[in-house]
Design a binder for this molecule. Structure first.
Ligand code: AVJ
Length: 331
């Protein structure tokens, strides 16, 4: 059941991102199957839990990408120099940015680093990592990828820019949304600008399930925390113990899905979003998709958006690829 939003907005609705949260929760929880957008997993606790996930032996994305960045940073820098702007979308804790920056030729630094993240706590730590670079101005954008990139790329200096879109963050977008997102990047950039894209590759199901349903339960906590956030920010009263974390490999769609499974029939009242709904026992809320790519599919998605894939490096052990792209001239 859906009824109009409350006349009195939630306490912290001065923040535009909070009312966006309410609107998204209302819309996505009313869908069938029920959903919640994965970007809301990253409140302060969610960001910390994600950082913990990156330390788990079963979640190899971050370490694989780090190895590639350390190894190939000098080559990437020499391909993109001279560079005025470095823009990172979804900067996270800033460790990858720091590794990439420390691989640059001595004495050379972009004039400006722009960090875009929907997590305020992640932005703070990424900004600390970037501030170690002398004479570089660090600008933070507490925003979504698209609006953050648009804000960042509109500002001076406007020489060549490199966008970092790492961590397989692209995996959260379904194929048409990934095309639209990269098309959006192309719109905000200019010919000659570069994009470094990190994407997790298809691998055996057993490995994928351990990565998304780890034996320590950290990923379960990360997923269940979304319910805790509904309680805190939208005045809900949900018992997280009434739900179970579930990860499934959807082979046909090439994605790992995370779901929250209701352990019993229960009513969810979310006053800040103006909704109340009844979940059946076993009914799920779909909270995330992590698409896994084949190397040639990565090249396909960037090429369709107007980029040329100039180089691709793979970590065969963990199944991860970094692809360096350049925006083509329109013809
Ligand atoms: C940060 C979106 C790339 O999908 O692998 C980790 C998030 N979810 N474990 C991913 C995540 C569950 C992660 N991304």
């Amino acid at each position: 059941m859906t009824y109009p939003p409350p006349a009195t907005a939630p306490a912290d609705s001065g923040d535009e991102l909070v009312s966006q949260f309410a609107a998204d929760v209302r819309r996505h929880l009313s869908k069938q199957p029920r959903q919640l957008p994965s970007r809301y997993l990253y409140d302060a606790l969610g960001s910390s839990l994600f950082d913990a996930i990156c330390e788990l032996p079963w979640y190899r994305v971050t370490r694989a990408e780090m190895r590639l960045l350390v190894r190939f940073a000098p080559r990437i820098w020499s391909a993109v120099l001279p560079l005025d702007r470095l823009i990172e979308l979804g900067a996270g804790d800033g460790r990858k940015l720091a590794a990439f920056l420390s691989g640059r030729p001595t004495g050379l630094a972009p004039q400006r680093v722009d960090l875009v993240d929907i997590s305020a706590s992640a932005l703070e730590s990424a900004a600390r990592a970037a501030s170690a670079v002398d004479r570089t101005r660090v600008v933070q954008h507490h925003a979504t990828y698209e609006s953050g990139l648009q804000a960042a790329s509109g500002e001076a200096p406007r020489g060549r820019a490199l966008v970092l879109f790492l961590g397989s963050n692209i995996g959260n977008f379904d194929p048409s949304a990934a095309d639209a997102l990269l098309g959006d990047f192309a719109q905000s950039l200019r010919p000659g600008d570069a994009l470094l894209l990190g994407a997790d590759l298809v691998k055996p199901e057993g490995e994928l399930l351990l990565a998304y349903d780890d034996p320590l339960g950290v990923t379960a906590a990360f997923n269940l925390n979304l319910l805790v956030r509904l309680n805190r920010e939208l005045g809900a009263d949900i018992d997280p113990a009434g739900f179970e974390h579930r990860a499934v490999w959807n082979e046909r769609r090439s994605r790992v899905e995370m779901h929250l499974v209701s352990r019993r029939e229960q009513e969810l009242r979310i006053p800040g979003a103006g909704i109340a709904l009844t979940l059946k026992a076993g009914e799920t809320i779909w909270t995330e998709s992590s698409y896994k790519y084949r190397p040639e599919q990565i090249r396909g998605v960037v090429e369709r958006a107007g980029f040329t894939a100039a180089a691709q490096w793979q970590d065969a052990r963990a199944g991860f690829a970094l692809t360096l792209c350049e925006l083509r001239r329109p013809h």
